[in-house]
Design a protein around this ligand. Structure first.
Ligand code: CA
Length: 272
């Protein structure tokens, strides 16, 4: 009798495991196969893949291969700009790249903007994320949309609290975005630093009002550094490598990136 009971328990347990496995597979399976729209590891030895490229290809300690790109902010306002034009992602986007910062980097407030997204016109939706080199915190905001949870450089609100990035090591940045629709606050913004989910908001307002249907066409990776009284000084160079832009979450990234942390619970990390 006891053996039968144990057998029944085993069957129930096996069935439960099967249910959970199926549930996991359903959750982990992306709604559509994402397509990579752009990639550059600078192995061509040049920056010809970019519309505007104020960086310089260098063999100085690349993340992979033989080359990376160096952004020297002592040369003034700098930006690497990729225009995706008609192939710009219309619903979701995912951007991944690597950043290396030397230990002599010392540009003050607004050290540099590690990514900026623009609709492409003079007016239109715009979002920027930046690393504040005084506190080595990272923040950002979306222009024109009233999205304020990222906009707090003066409060030193930090997405990145585990240490400094000016350590000569390569650090990975990933951003997933899903546009909000119908001017509702139903967009998604997730940011990972070195594979750790640092920010998640599932009520993000990427666009609103006049720009309700705009999409990001210009990707600044990175954008400008400090200016005015916050201008960069000698040695303020950052390095980028292995940049990818997708029109959704890549299948290879989906299982770990969505399920880790609060990925499926709708809660916020560092946001409101
Ligand atoms: Ca490379």
């Amino acid at each position: 009798m006891k053996g039968v009971t144990n057998m029944s328990r085993l069957k129930i347990c096996t069935a439960r495991i099967l249910e959970l496995t199926i549930l996991f597979m359903l959750i982990a399976t992306p709604s559509h196969a994402a397509t990579r729209l752009f990639q550059d590891g600078f192995e061509s030895g040049n920056t010809n893949n970019w519309g505007t490229a104020t960086g310089t290809v260098t063999t100085s300690n690349p993340k992979t291969g033989s080359y990376c790109v160096a952004i020297d902010y002592t040369q003034g306002t700098q930006a690497m700009i990729k225009s995706l034009g008609a192939s710009a992602p219309t619903d979701e986007f995912y951007v991944k790249f690597w950043v290396r910062i030397g230990n002599n980097y010392h540009a003050p407030y607004l050290g540099f903007k590690w990514m900026r997204l623009k609709h492409g016109q003079t007016d239109g939706i715009q979002t920027e994320f930046y690393l504040n080199s005084e506190s080595w915190s990272s923040s950002g905001h979306s222009y024109q949309t009233g999205q304020s949870s990222l906009d707090s450089p003066n409060t030193r609100w930090s997405w990145y609290s585990d240490g400094h990035w000016n350590d000569e090591a390569w650090h990975k940045i990933e951003v997933f975005g899903k546009y909000n629709t119908n001017s509702c606050a139903n967009g998604i913004c997730r940011i990972w630093f070195d594979d750790v989910l640092r920010f998640e908001k599932t009520s993000y307002t990427w666009r609103t009002g006049t720009w309700a249907n705009d999409i990001f066409r210009l990707f600044y990776i990175p954008s400008n550094g400090g200016d005015g009284t916050h201008k960069a000084q000698s040695g303020d160079i950052v390095y980028y490598d292995d940049i990818e832009i997708w029109d959704g979450m890549p299948t290879a990234e989906e299982p770990t990136k969505s399920i880790s942390g609060c990925g499926l619970s709708g809660c916020s990390i560092g946001g409101d």
